[in-house]
Design a protein around this ligand. Structure first.
Ligand SMILES: Nc1ncnc2c1ncn2[C@@H]1O[C@H](COP(=O)(O)OP(=O)(O)OP(=O)(O)O)[C@@H](O)[C@H]1O
Ligand SMILES: Nc1ccn([C@@H]2O[C@H](COP(=O)(O)O)[C@@H](O)[C@H]2O)c(=O)n1
Ligand SMILES: [Mg+2]
Length: 276
């Protein structure tokens, strides 16, 4: 069976060129392992009793790029658990934890909270959950975040989703978000964009180099030679792109021998899903 899977994995890799350039597929074998029914069966208890590691998706993008909005839709449609690093940190502030004041000041300034703390909060949530697939939103923000996660958890994410959104659009969205966030003001947004460009882009490049990155372009609409910046796609239009990625992962997860789907059919389905 594993010879067949390995062959399939290389076939999937070699079919990359024919896939839509809006979506860069990750390694097929990892996806198969993570979504396989064997894992589903072994994930009945709490996570620390699980024999195989959970399926981890890191969700990246600048401030206001739509990470949280799309994560809610992925949760509804595909049953992931959503863990927003920013939300976990804000919860620490509101629960008056010993680090609350420091976190509040860091978020107010648009800076990054020490990695050990954020990783601990994420790890606690994953370990106490009975789910086996997670969206970790807004993490890792820096190479140091990434390395700390790998060292503490001892694993890498299975895939990384990146919302590539024009800056003007991100600023507009954050300033009209109206959720009472202390960092949704023009000065902090500018700082968060600087931090994103300087510290988060290297992380994105790192995962791209590892073949784990799925990029969702939030493209401006072009009419003739005029670029219509505000018309970058509604939340549902963006989700149509995101849905294709997760649907293709689900298709791959059906590749266990009991289904015995011919490889040609799988590749045909995948290519069509991604092109639609
Ligand atoms: N496609 C879209 N078109 C227009 N507005 C959108 C779109 N997607 C999200 N928004 C709105 O933009 C704002 C920011 O979205 P969201 O909170 O999902 O971004 P985020 O990436 O999680 O940002 P942050 O990193 O600051 O938490 C929200 O008010 C949301 O309703
Ligand atoms: N890995 C992270 C994630 C977030 N922060 C801080 O929280 C702020 C808000 O995060 P959102 O994802 O909700 O936008 C962010 O600007 C950082 O100050 C962090 O330190 N580390
Ligand atoms: Mg968010």
């Amino acid at each position: 069976m594993w010879r067949r899977v390995a062959r399939l994995s290389s076939l999937i890799r070699s079919s990359k060129a024919s896939l839509s350039n809006q979506i860069q597929p990750a390694n097929g074998l990892q996806i198969l392992e993570a979504f396989s029914t064997e894992i589903q069966k072994s994930a009945k208890g709490r996570n620390h009793h699980r024999k195989k590691p959970p399926f981890i998706t890191f969700v990246l993008g600048g401030p206001g790029s739509g990470k949280g909005t799309q994560c809610l839709k992925i949760v509804e449609t595909f049953g992931f658990t959503h863990l927003s690093a920013g939300d976990l940190l804000r919860k620490e502030i509101s629960s008056n934890s010993e680090n609350g004041a420091m976190i509040l000041e860091t978020i107010r300034e648009g800076n990054i909270v020490p990695s050990e703390l954020t990783v601990k909060l994420i790890q606690r949530e994953v370990e106490s959950s009975e789910n086996d697939k997670f969206l970790i939103d807004g993490f890792p923000r820096t190479e140091e975040n990434r390395q700390t996660y790998e060292r503490v958890v001892g694993a890498e994410p299975n895939i990384v989703l990146f919302f590539d959104c024009p800056e003007e659009e991100m600023v507009k969205r954050v300033l009209s978000r109206n959720q009472g966030r202390i960092d949704d003001n023009i000065d902090t947004v500018k700082k968060r964009l600087e931090v994103f460009n300087a510290l988060n882009r290297p992380v994105i490049n790192y995962y791209s180099g590892k073949g784990k990155l799925y990029k969702v372009f939030i493209q401006p609409t072009i009419q003739g030679s005029i670029v219509m910046i505000p018309a970058v796609g509604t939340e549902d239009e963006i989700f149509t792109r995101v849905r294709k990625i997760f649907t293709s992962l689900e298709v791959l997860s059906m590749l266990s021998p009991q289904f015995s789907i011919p490889i040609g059919v799988i590749l045909f389905t995948l290519t069509n899903l991604l092109r639609r």
